[in-house]
Design a protein around this ligand. Sequence first.
Ligand SMILES: C[S@@+](CC[C@H](N)C(=O)[O-])C[C@H]1O[C@@H](n2cnc3c(N)ncnc32)[C@H](O)[C@@H]1O
Length: 230
Amino acid sequence: MLVPSSSRQLGPGTAKVDAPVGVGHDWAVTTIDDITIEPPGIGELFDPRRAFPDGRPIELEIGCGKGGFLLRRARECSDRGFIGLEWANKFFKYAADRMARWGVNNVRIMRADAHHMFIHQMTPGCLAALHVYHPDPWPKKRHHKRRLISEQFVEHAVAALQSGARWAIQTDHAEYYEWIRERVDPRAELTEIAYDDPGFGIVDEEAGTNFEIKYLREGRPIYRVAYRRI
Ligand SMILES: C[S@@+](CC[C@H](N)C(=O)[O-])C[C@H]1O[C@@H](n2cnc3c(N)ncnc32)[C@H](O)[C@@H]1O
C-alpha cells in the first residue's frame, strides 16, 4: 500500500518522508544515482528508450513535482518504464530520493526544461504515454509565453507519441484549459478519448497527483482531457 506523502518541507536532496512502512534502510536497493539521468548535451536527441533498453513501453510525465503519480504508476506497472521531467531542482531531488527509498527500478528522473527539450531534443515516436498534470498556468497575459503548452510544443509532443499512445492533460485553471484545448484539439493526428483509463493510471477521473489531491480537498474544479495518437 502506498503511504500518503508528508507535507514536510525538505532541504535539497535530503528528502526523508513517506519511507515504506515496516521496511528498514537495507531495503533500498536503488540509489539516487540509479534514478537520475542527465539531460542530453547540446545538439543531442533525447530518446527515453535508451534508459530501458529491453524495449518496454515508456510513459513520460512533464513536471512530475514530488513524484506522487510516477511512484504509484511505477509500482503498479513494473513492465513499463517511466520518465519524470522536472525543472525545479528542489522537486527533482525530492522525487528522485522518493523513488530511491521506495526501491522502484523502472523510473528515471531528469532535471530539464520540458518545453525546450520537446521542441529541440525529443526523439519522434518514442512514447507510449505522455502525462501533463497541473502545468503552471502563468495566468497573467504577459506571462503566457512561459506556458508549457504552445503551438510549437504541441507539434513536437504529438511527434513524440507512438501510434496508439495516450496524452492526458489536467489543470485546475479554466482559462489555461481553454487555451490548451484550442491548441491541441485541432491536431489531426489526435483523437479525443475517455479520460478514465485504468491501463494508464486514471481511475474515477483521478490521476492522484499531489496537486490534484490538494485541489480536490479544497473543492476546486479540475479540467481534464485525454487524446490518443492515431
Ligand atoms: C503545479 S506543479 C504540478 C506538479 C505535479 N504534476 C502535480 O500535479 O502534483 C508544476 C510542476 O511543473 C514543473 N515545471 C514547470 N515548468 C516546467 C518545465 N518547463 N519543464 C519541467 N518541469 C516544469 C514545476 O517545477 C512544478 O514542479
